[in-house]
Design a protein around this ligand. Structure first.
Ligand code: PLP
Length: 368
């Protein structure tokens, strides 16, 4: 088990608690062994139609749900390329929300940021104030900031941006979707993006994006939309129940199975299961305050999918991750600048409370 931190050794089921990729159910893995089909024609059309119906349920939307054969970062880039003409505002409170700003800069846009400390959430009033003082084509933000496990209140942030009609709201919910409540249509989110390998509990390889009508109108003439991430092309392909280019068919087959499993569980039950696992983890951390452990995210702004735990000595994060690997568990290290001083548990996807209890019991031994 010494190599198991990277997952190089085969772990028993229920032991892989990385904050992405996450553990994939055997039935979902198995679906990927289906032989290839043509990505054009009646076969794929029927599958895409079935998927669209299921995706509308899990995304709480009546809009199209685009499927991209790229990791989630690609759909972050798709968002800014199609929404922005010149100027972007980025809310930055950790590594992934910073990535959104970096993507916008690298695409040639002028980027202003509202930056708060890692471990803090964004304030809707501050956003409204900033928007009233400048003109922005779009605002970018992370829902569940996986590096710190802070959950931004994207409903209130989107509401704060709503009066600024030309400013589109782009939300990265890569580690939030399918674990945290999210209602893009109702909440006024213009581009909601996620990936397949976090709380969706699929293998990596697909990204999902839910565009508003306003974003699609903007996309049609967006100067930097490029080719691969041109959302007007996605919309045209979607009309025909196709994808603009060859999709990752094996992951599409896995998605067919996973959507059925998710719909059988139900959105509300899935969110509640994630909340219960998160609350159990927070309580465990509080029980281990004597061992120098504390939660990185403040109360009221904690992700139900991932928990970042700070160690008081500022350096034993990696030792704890290693100690868990020796017991046959994969958990996440601190991300970026918090690598030495933190570790993270990805209690998302299809994990159960029983599995989490087992993990926390071994973790109590390791942190002693
Ligand atoms: C994992 C993650 C990403 C990056 O996803 P990729 O699929 O690796 O491109 C972006 N944002 C957040 C919040 C994430 O958790």
């Amino acid at each position: 088990m010494s190599q198991s931190n990277s997952g190089a050794g085969q772990l028993p089921r229920g032991h892989f608690f990385l904050p992405g990729p996450t553990e994939v159910h055997p039935d979902v893995l198995q679906a990927q062994t289906r032989p290839m089909i043509s990505h054009r024609g009646a076969g794929i059309n029927a599958i895409m139609k079935e998927l669209q119906e299921g995706l509308e349920v899990v995304f709480c939307t009546e809009r199209p749900v685009f499927i991209g054969t790229n990791s989630a970062t690609g759909f972050m880039e798709a968002g800014v390329r199609n929404a922005a003409r010149t100027k972007v505002l980025s809310l930055v409170n950790g590594a992934f929300s910073k990535r959104f700003a970096d993507i916008a800069k690298s695409c040639g846009f002028e980027v202003d940021t509202i930056e708060v400390e890692w471990g803090e959430a964004h304030d809707p009033d501050q956003l409204a104030d900033k928007l009233s003082k400048g003109t922005y084509d779009c605002v970018t933000m992370a829902h569940s900031e996986t590096s710190t496990s802070v959950l931004n209140d994207v409903k209130s942030l989107a509401a704060a941006a709503a009066p600024f009609e030309d400013t589109l709201v782009l939300v990265d919910s890569v580690s939030g979707f399918a674990g945290a409540e999210l209602r893009p249509d109702e909440w006024g989110i213009d581009w909601l993006l996620t990936g397949s390998q976090k709380a969706f509990a699929l293998p990596p390889g697909l990204a999902f994006g839910v565009p508003s009508e306003q974003l699609l109108q903007r996309a049609a003439s967006a100067p930097q939309r490029g080719y691969y991430f041109d959302l007007a092309k996605f919309a045209a392909a979607h009309e025909k129940m196709q994808s603009p280019s060859t999709p990752a068919l094996s992951v599409i087959f896995a998605l067919q199975v996973q959507l059925k499993r998710m719909i059988a569980e139900g959105n509300e039950a899935r969110w509640a299961r994630h909340t219960a696992m998160a609350e159990r983890t927070w309580a465990w951390v509080e029980e281990h305050a004597d061992a120098g452990l504390s939660l990185m995210a403040p109360e009221g702004y904690r992700s139900p999918c991932v928990t970042a735990i700070t160690v008081a000595d500022g350096e034993s994060g990696p030792k704890i991750v290693k100690g868990m690997a020796e017991k046959g568990w994969v958990i996440g290290g601190g991300y970026g600048k918090t690598k030495p001083s933190a570790f993270r548990i990805g209690h998302m996807g299809d994990h159960t409370m029983d599995e989490l209890e087992e993990l926390l019991s071994d973790l109590s031994e390791v942190v002693k």
